[in-house]
Ligand binder design. Structure first.
Ligand code: PGA
Length: 257
C-alpha cells in the first residue's frame, strides 16, 4: 500500500509575507488523514516556512524540501547549494531533474543522476522528475524517453539509489500550460515508469516506489488522476501557490486513498 503524497513546487515564487499567509491558510484547512504533504519553496524560505507552519500549528503535517541541489557536497561552485546544506537547514526532500532544470539549465541525465546520488548521500529524500516533451510525444517516443531517463540514473547512481527515490512523471507539454494529461494517458505512462523500475530495481522496489503525476494538476482534475491505480500522488506547481487550492488537492488525495 503506497501512501499518497501531494507535493507543492512553488518554483521561483513567494516572499516573506506570502510565507506567513500561506502557513496560516494551510493550518486553517486542517490535516488530511492518510496523505503525506510536502512543500518545496525557494531554498531561502525553507526555514521561515518551517517556523511559520510550526507557529500556525501545522508543523507536523507538512514536510519541506528544496527544488534543486548540486552534485558535490562543497566547493568552488558559486551560487549553488549542496544537498548537505539543504539538509542542515531543515530540508528533508529535494526535487531532482525537474524539466525546467533540464531545459533551462542544461541538466543532462548524467547530471541528474549525480544530483540524485548526492541527495541520497546527504540523507535527503529525492524526487526524480521525468517526462517527455511535446515533440517527443508526437514523434511516438514518450515511452522510450522516460525509460532512458530512468535507466541512466540507475546506471550512474546505482539501482539502490533509484529504488530509494520517489518518481514524478511530468509530461513537459502539461507543465504550466493548463493542458493536463488525461487520467488514461497518465496511467499508461505510470505503468511504463513502474515496469522500467521493475526491470532496473526489481519487483519489490517497483511495488513500493511512489510515482506522482505532475502537469497542470488542479482541484477539479486531481480526484480523477489520483483514482488511477499507478498514480500515487501529485507534484503541483501553479495550483500550489494558492493554499486553498493546494489543500483541496490534498483533500482529493485523502478521498482517493
Ligand atoms: P504546474 O507545474 O502544476 O504549474 O503545471 C508542475 C511542475 O512543474 O512541477
Amino acid at each position: 500500500m503506497r501512501k499518497p503524497l501531494i507535493a507543492g513546487n512553488w518554483k521561483m515564487h513567494g516572499d516573506s509575507p506570502f510565507v506567513a499567509r500561506y502557513a496560516a491558510a494551510l493550518a486553517d484547512a486542517g490535516p488530511s488523514a492518510g496523505v503525506e504533504v510536502l512543500l518545496l519553496p525557494p531554498a531561502p524560505y525553507v526555514a521561515p516556512l518551517a517556523q511559520a507552519l510550526e507557529a500556525a500549528g501545522a508543523g507536523l503535517q507538512v514536510a519541506l524540501g528544496v527544488q534543486n541541489v548540486h552534485g558535490e557536497a562543497s566547493g568552488a561552485f558559486t551560487g549553488e547549494l549542496s544537498a548537505e546544506m539543504a539538509r542542515d537547514l531543515g530540508a528533508a526532500w529535494t526535487l531532482v531533474g525537474h524539466s525546467e532544470r533540464r531545459a533551462l539549465f542544461g541538466e543532462t541525465d548524467e547530471v541528474v543522476a549525480g544530483k540524485l546520488a548526492a541527495a541520497a548521500r546527504a540523507g535527503l529524500a529525492p524526487m526524480l522528475c521525468v517526462g517527455e516533451t511535446l515533440a517527443e510525444r508526437e514523434a511516438g517516443s514518450a515511452e522510450a524517453v522516460v525509460r532512458r531517463q530512468l535507466r541512466v540514473v540507475a546506471g550512474e547512481a546505482g539501482p539502490a539509489v533509484l529504488a530509494s527515490a520517489t518518481v514524478a512523471y511530468e509530461p513537459v507539454w502539461a507543465i504550466g500550460t493548463g493542458r493536463t494529461a488525461t487520467p488514461g494517458q497518465a496511467q499508461a505512462m505510470h505503468e511504463v515508469v513502474r515496469s522500467e523500475i521493475e526491470t532496473l530495481c526489481g519487483a519489490d522496489a517497483a511495488g513500493r516506489l511512489r510515482v506522482l503525476y505532475g502537469g497542470s494538476v488542479k482541484p477539479d482534475n486531481a480526484a480523477a488522476l489520483l483514482a488511477q491505480p499507478d498514480i500515487d500522488g501529485a507534484l503541483v506547481g501553479g495550483a500550489s501557490l494558492d493554499a486553498d487550492s493546494f489543500a483541496a488537492i490534498v483533500a482529493a488525495a485523502g478521498g482517493a486513498a
